[in-house]
Design a protein around this ligand. Sequence first.
Ligand SMILES: [Zn+2]
Length: 106
Amino acid sequence: MSFFILFGKQDYDSKFQVNDPNVLPSIKDINRKPAICTEHAYYCPNCKNLTVEPIKRKEFITIFFVPVVPLYWGKQLHCTVCNWRQDFSNEQELQKVKYETINMLS
Ligand SMILES: [Zn+2]
C-alpha cells in the first residue's frame, strides 16, 4: 500500500484599507506621481521607487491545496517592483513612513 500527501505553501495578499486616508502620501505631499499605477505609494528604501503599498498578508502551509497551518498573519509594507517587505503594526507607523517618504523626496 502506498499513498502520498501533497504539501505546499500559499500566500494571500490583499489590499490594506486605512481608516485615516491622511496616513497615505498624496501626490501633493510628495510632489511627484508614483511610477506604478497607484495614487498613493510610499518610498521603497531598496529600489528607490514610489511603489510601496500597505497590504494584509497571510501565509499558510497547505495540504492538498487546503490552507491548514498559518505561518504568518499580519500587515506589511510591500514594494510591487522589488518585492521588499517590512512589517508594520498600526496606522501611526504608516504616518511615520509617510513623513520619511516626504523627507526622502524633498
Ligand atoms: Zn522596491
